[in-house]
Design a protein around this ligand. Sequence first.
Ligand code: UFG
Length: 329
Amino acid sequence: MRILVTGGAGYIGSHTVIELLEMGYDVITLDNLQKGHREAISGGEFVKVDLLNKNELEDVFKNSKIDAVVHFAADSLVGESVENPSKYFKSNMIASLNLLDAMLKYDVKKIVFSSSAAVYGEPDRIPIQENNKTFPTNPYGETKLMFENAIKWYDNAYGIKYVSLRYFNAAGAHISGKIGEDHAPESHLIPIVLQAVLGQRPHVQIFGTDYETKDGTCVRDYIHITDLAMAHILALKRLEKGGDSAIYNLGNGEGFSVREIIKVAEKVTGKKINTKDTPRRAGDPAVLIATSEKIKKELNWAPKYNDINTIVETAWKWHKSNPKGFKTS
Ligand code: UFG
């Protein structure tokens, strides 16, 4: 099976490429390298293409018989999406529609899509099930939901089968320490906390201490990046076997507050972390916890690294040996 992985040089994409190669898939990674890292791609073929460039995108399909697509390429900063929706509708919607149309033209009928808990917005009940109300509260979540809807109608009209995976908080790094999380600028809690441990930041800002949660800080469901990656392989297998389209949540079903994450990081690193209480970050829901029973039941997804200490330990292994990320490692 030849798999096209868009955004395969990014955090979640690169961890999925490693697992695909390990499982014997033939992988072609497509990335515009605006945010991704060439060094993060552990093997297979690579093409530097932007999905907004229709001609170059079509050439990829023309030059190589692709059996299925795993689609990660996207912009993914919630705050930026509120300030610059135009960027998000272009890179997450128009670019993704180019991909779907190229798939149609070259008769590729299987796609695994990188969706997000952001499609739910402020959840109407916890834990969040796939049939919770979807009501995104920012353009990032809106574009993810719009693309989920687009593929539903492409399935209806043209028979493109899809699996949409709604990730909760992806975290940690490959167990080998070879690849990990490297965003610029960094906005995610665990890497920020570890940067503080490394002395790269004076303190960690705690965005909001007056939420109705166990300690007043936001609660999230952290899922190890390799467990997330493995779910993509199970999704591909479902499609390979002729399975129908589906939507699944991916989380561990357990919520940790910002303060709890900082405590875990202090334990894992053996260092005291300075914090500073600051006002809430706009658009942050108080609690996001998934139930992933559906994917466990239907695809036998069985997370291996679901202990929060292990998640933070793998992140620490990567950050400690690559304090400046990929470029200087
Ligand atoms: N936080 C801080 N200080 C920081 C960074 C984060 O207190 O310096 C808090 C946030 O307010 C939030 C929690 O830590 O409560 C986790 O924040 P992240 O930025 O790590 O993750 P989010 O939950 O905001 O975002 C994740 C994904 C997004 C996705 C979103 C869905 O990273 O891509 O879930 O709601 F859109």
